[in-house]
Write a protein that binds this ligand. Structure first.
Ligand code: OSB
Ligand code: MG
Length: 369
């Protein structure tokens, strides 16, 4: 597989509904789209960095700069026997996993398209459909939260995650439990608490949550281990797991019992597979996180979610919850049973609507041999 052309776009799409986490409320999403051409095929990737450094230190601008100046020269014109070689080809650039993943994941799509098979076949997927969960942002009132949960359950979603922060936690969980009973329920704090809040967080224990995601700081492992010792609820790490090694360190330290895998955060599909395998070997379940992706990133996520140890429903929801229209056709839809079929065509298996992509583009660059 030889990468002959790389196109990079800065894209912005309005969200169907605002999304609020412990770091603020957003009404639109800015991200990068990559397109690779090689040997007659074209393929796509999405860079999940945001236009601010609140979830991750990477932003759309840092990713643009790193991709253009340092990563493109390491992959353009290079012949790869397999896309698993792409991440290591970029090894001399430290960090910048979201930037790397935008190229690496597109390379997997390119390879699968050249082979004429769905991406999941080359990733090692074992399922043709995956269980969908939803991430519900912080709302203006508990009443609104109740309405959102009811609507998502009616759409079939198999797990509800609610975002929490100090002042929007125990009452929110309590309301959902009272109103909806023993549904699969979890919370995500996006690093909004400190170890001193352990006593407060223990008030969530009686609610039998599946897990609490990333309660403490974005790069912390040791305090999470101390917190896990004080909670019966399982801790799941998201932000803290930025590589296979940090995943191993977290498991060794018993800082979590579950790991959220986002390929953007760890540098792409190959690193995600390695992390998935490490967790499987240690009987630690994983699930696929979400970053408000457009249909391009969403399709990639579905294929990766078909690997065997993605045993819990992920944040892999229907396109129409996020963007209308999305950049792809057909949109990704959740079935009444809460499952999403993994697209069946070659590569990511969805059509990218180039006219919509062009309309959403703020900036474009092209790199050719
Ligand atoms: O922490 O999982 C997170 C969205 C943006 C950044 C971080 C996170 C999220 C979500 C939304 O929870 C998941 C989704 O629906 O894509
Ligand atoms: Mg999270």
């Amino acid at each position: 597989m030889r990468i002959e052309r790389i196109e990079l776009r800065l894209v912005r799409l309005p969200l169907v509904r605002f999304f609020e986490t412990s770091f603020g409320r957003v009404y639109d999403r800015t991200f990068l789209v990559t397109k690779l051409d090689g040997e007659g095929a074209s393929a796509y990737g999405e860079c999940v960095a945001d236009d601010n450094p609140y979830y991750s230190s990477e932003t759309t601008d840092t990713a643009w700069q790193i991709i253009s100046q340092f990563l493109v020269p390491l992959v353009l014109g290079v012949s790869f026997a397999h896309p698993r070689e792409v991440f290591s080809a970029m090894h001399r650039v430290r960090g910048h996993h979201m930037a790397k993943a935008a190229l690496e994941m597109a390379a997997w799509d390119l390879y699968a398209r050249q082979q004429g098979v769905p991406l999941r076949h080359v990733l090692g997927g074992v399922r043709a459909e995956v269980a969908a969960g939803v991430s519900i942002g912080i709302q203006d009132s508990l009443e609104q939260l109740g309405e959102r949960v009811a609507a998502e359950l009616a759409d079939g979603y198999r797990r509800i995650k609610i975002k929490v922060k100090p002042g929007w936690d125990v009452e929110a969980v309590s309301l959902v439990r009272e109103r909806f009973g023993p549904i699969p329920l979890m919370v995500d704090a996006n690093a909004a608490y400190r170890l001193e809040d352990a006593g407060h967080l223990a008030k969530l224990d009686p609610f039998n949550l599946m897990m609490i995601e990333q309660p403490l700081d974005y790069d912390d492992i040791a305090d999470h281990a101390a917190l896990q010792r004080q909670l019966t609820t399982a801790i799941c790490l998201d932000e803290s797991i930025h590589s296979v090694r940090s995943g191993r360190d977290a498991l060794d330290a018993k800082a979590c019992r579950i790991i959220n895998i986002k390929p953007g955060r760890v540098g792409g599909h190959a690193e995600s597979i390695r992390l998935h395998d490490l967790c499987a070997a240690r009987q630690v379940p994983v699930w696929h996180g979400g970053m408000l992706e457009s249909g391009i990133g969403r399709a990639h996520n579905l294929h990766l979610s078909s690997l065997p140890n993605f045993s819990l429903p992920g944040d892999v929801a229907a396109s129409r919850r996020y963007y209308q229209p999305d950049l792809i056709e057909p949109g990704i839809e959740v079935q009444p049973d809460g499952m999403i079929p993994v697209p069946d065509g070659p590569g990511i298996g969805v059509y990218v609507m180039e006219d919509r992509l062009e309309k959403a583009t703020l900036r474009r660059a092209e790199f050719v041999l």
